[in-house]
Design a protein around this ligand. Structure first.
Ligand code: EPU
Length: 425
């Protein structure tokens, strides 16, 4: 398994191009299953999770090709089976996103139930209950969700008013994808407002879907009979953007993130400002300047968008670990997303954990140590900590980081970091 070797101490300087958003690409790829013809998607990031989703589509018989401009063309009409096997779902929970589209388009889907997860229980009960309320017949058998629409309604789901028990991103996306081909109107109340949900809605609209209210907590979908192919460009990755901005702040650097969208990062930018960073922004770039200053400790409380994202919590924990003062991090979205705190302690961070709260007393210097990545964002926080630690940190299990950060070592070296991938046996 590959490792990352990072020698800390260099302020990051320069420009970095932000990739397309992982968490928009995954539902958009799943949504191609709904179309009657080929779909072309651009700005797709080269990531392990995207490869897994493409593999999943390929396994079902869908034709996926990549053209010379790195655009992905998906032809869903060659599909042979509506089946998502355990071996792929266990690699990536977001595979559950094929459930809604398969059921809506083909009237049947056998999708493995995702298992446990390193950051929390992450059940899919809301996805399943929503589809049942739309008339689907669903059984759990041998670890698989077996869903059928039933012949009575000529194989179509039926529009319904769904009040989601918890704000769920992929739950909202799955039900929105199911509703676009349903018979009648579906209303999703307490819907997730994440920009990735809006990007998916825009993609569905480009295929002919009738959706209003995406980006609010009430999404109204008028089912149509069919969706056509289209071309679509995926939105920039707001979490990758935020991670590079924290990298600049933590190292006392000066970095411009390009090809991004500042509007998606309000809560994160506010916290960076509180930490003492100077920020400038244009339509599609954000620049952060922290030269010659130590960050101030900040308090963070994660919650669904537009509040502070859980996917940025670990990175801000790294910032607090070297900040001036004491910062408190409260995680409200996932119940077990503090594994990075224990690894950062091994690098000399002073962190006290009380339930879902971490109290972090900034130290002037972290020390290099061998550490282990436990999930995607946890591994990002260890990279950040290593960038300021004294000595050479070796991070193991970096396949986690390859799931969600495109060419991280190349992008960071481009900004002056001393980072090297060591291929594993
Ligand atoms: N939940 C339920 N029942 C459900 C669905 C969710 O109880 O049926 C709970 C979850 O257990 C959790 C909360 O609701 O406590 C919110 O989870 P959500 O469903 O919103 O998470 P998700 O859709 O599985 C997506 C992202 C995550 C991101 C979360 C929260 C994708 C592919 N994944 O997950 O991204 O952390 O939303 O914003 O969009 C990452 O990129 O590192 C990542 C984990």
């Amino acid at each position: 398994m590959d490792k990352l070797q990072i020698t800390g101490g260099r302020p990051l300087e320069g420009e970095v191009r932000i990739s397309g958003a992982k968490n928009a690409t995954l539902p958009i790829l799943a949504a191609t299953l709904l179309a009657d013809g080929p779909v072309t998607i651009s700005n797709v990031p080269h990531l392990q999770d995207v490869t897994t989703m493409i593999e999943l589509l390929g396994r079902m018989g869908v034709t996926v090709t990549i053209d010379e401009k790195l655009r992905i063309e998906v032809d869903p009409t060659t599909i042979r089976e509506q089946f998502a096997p355990y071996e792929l779902v266990k690699k990536m929970r977001a595979s559950i996103l094929v459930l809604g589209p398969l059921l809506a388009r083909y009237g049947e889907a056998d999708v493995s139930l995702p298992g446990g997860c390193a950051i929390g229980a992450r059940p899919v009960n809301i996805h399943v209950a929503g589809l049942q309320a739309m008339g689907a017949d669903i059984h759990i058998e041998n670890g698989y969700i077996k869903a059928r629409t039933g012949k009575a309604r000529a194989g179509r789901l039926k529009g319904a008013r769904l009040v989601l028990e918890t704000v769920t991103v992929t739950g909202t996306e799955n039900l929105m994808m199911a509703a676009v081909l349903a018979d009648g109107e579906t209303v999703l109340e307490n819907a997730a407002r994440e920009p990735e949900v809006v990007d998916l809605a825009n993609f569905l609209i480009a295929m002919g879907a009738k959706i209003r209210g995406a980006g609010t907590d009430r999404i109204v979908i008028e089912g149509v009979e069919r969706l056509h192919g289209c071309s679509y460009e995926v939105m920039p990755d707001r979490i990758e953007t935020g991670t590079f901005l924290v990298a600049a702040a933590i190292t006392g650097g000066h970095v411009r993130t390009k090809n991004t969208c500042p509007a998606y990062l309000d809560a994160v930018l506010l916290k960076l400002q509180e930490a003492g960073a100077k920020l400038a922004q244009g339509d599609n770039w954000i620049e952060l300047d922290m030269r010659g200053r130590r960050p101030k400790a900040i308090d963070v409380r994660t919650a669904p968008y537009p509040a502070f994202p859980t996917d940025m919590q670990a990175q801000f924990a790294a910032l607090d670990a070297v900040a001036d003062g004491v910062g408190t991090i409260i995680e409200t979205v996932f119940e077990n997303r503090f594994m990075h705190m224990l690894e950062m302690r091994r690098m000399g961070a002073e962190i006290r954990l009380e339930g879902n709260t971490a109290i972090i007393k900034g130290v002037p210097k972290l020390m290099a140590a061998p550490v282990m990545a436990t999930d995607l964002r946890a591994s990002a926080s260890l990279v950040l900590a290593a960038l300021v630690a004294e000595g050479q940190t070796v991070i193991e299990r970096i396949y986690h980081i390859d799931r969600g950060y495109e060419s991280i070592e190349e992008k960071l070296s481009g900004l002056g970091a001393q980072i090297r991938r060591v291929p594993g046996r």
